[in-house]
Design a protein around this ligand. Structure first.
Ligand SMILES: [Zn+2]
Length: 299
């Protein structure tokens, strides 16, 4: 018994003197991937949504509240992408450390200029992009800004490892800067080309790489394609000689296939989130995969 007590007290002393890892929750896998680049093995990371889930409509599980309750840091988009599922979870979690304005809350959109901001904020007809387009991390330059924001939060909360987080940010920044040359060169031959997408998830990617991704199978973001809208899209695609339709894992592929067969276009499987495509488990690998797939399809 004495021996057991001794062992137990030793464990308790070790646990309390050891430097506790930051508990980080990311709403979506892109934020999770950037948090991993910065925090590496110094953080415990929980990512709520799966990479193949629709970020607007994530299936909330009871474990989400448990994770949010004990989080030191929450990284969310801050542009209403998660408005359909995150607010009630935060209400239940009642964790003051991750309230807006605290160092433990990283709202990724802070300091980012959102594209396609509507003249009037309206959710009429179910438009899920009422504040502007929230799918911004697929622009690698924006991803660098988000990573830097994450590094600042981690450093503020865990100053003992601040140099580590800063060094990881610098490494990520250098990797992205090098990759931008490569990605830019691969996409250059397709500058100005028009691409169709199921959902309006790609304006930042298009802007970065000089494409026009501006025809959508959805009549409005979040509204399922209707037959009359698809008829219009098919006519538009024929007139513009569109060759590609971008589809994400959670979209209704049969609808995209119908439009593809009516127009002779090819479907390109795309994903916004690391892990959403084969061999895309990091942010850089995801953008590698997107550039390879799209440049391959446009050839
Ligand atoms: Zn959207």
């Amino acid at each position: 018994m004495k021996k057991i007590l001794l062992i137990l007290s030793t464990i308790v002393v070790c646990a309390s003197s050891a430097h506790a890892k930051l508990s980080v929750v990311a709403t979506l896998p892109d934020f999770g991937s950037l948090a991993r680049e910065i925090g590496d093995d110094k953080i415990n990371l929980v990512v709520l949504a799966k990479p193949t889930e629709d970020p607007h409509f994530v299936d909330a599980r009871p474990s989400f509240v448990v994770s949010l309750r004990s989080a030191d840091v929450l990284i969310d988009g801050g542009a209403e992408l998660e408005i359909g599922w995150l607010p009630p979870l935060l209400q239940n979690a009642r964790n003051p450390k991750i309230e807006i304005g605290k160092p433990g809350r990283v709202q990724a959109s802070q300091g980012i200029r959102l594209m396609n901001v509507p003249a009037n904020v309206t959710r009429a007809a179910g438009d899920v992009h009422a504040l502007g387009n929230p799918h911004f991390t697929v622009d690698p330059i924006i991803a660098k800004a988000v990573a830097q924001h994450i590094a600042q939060s981690f450093s503020a909360l865990d100053s003992a490892n601040a140099a580590f987080y800063e060094a990881n940010y610098k490494k990520f920044e250098a990797t992205i800067n090098g990759k931008l040359q490569e990605w830019g060169a691969a996409m250059l031959p397709f500058k100005g080309q028009s691409v169709v997408a199921y959902h309006d998830s790609w304006p930042y990617f298009a802007h970065r790489f000089g494409l026009n991704i501006d025809v959508f199978l959805e009549p409005k973001p979040g509204i399922p394609p209707s037959p009359s809208h698809l008829t219009e899209v098919i006519a538009q695609m024929k007139a513009r000689k569109n060759k590609t339709i971008i589809v994400e894992p959670f979209h209704d592929r049969r609808i995209a296939e119908k439009v593809a067969s009516a127009t002779g276009a090819k479907i390109v499987d795309f994903a916004e989130y690391p892990g959403g495509l084969p061999n895309s488990e990091t942010y850089v690998k995801l953008i590698d995969a997107l550039v390879a797939r799209l440049s391959g399809a446009l050839k």
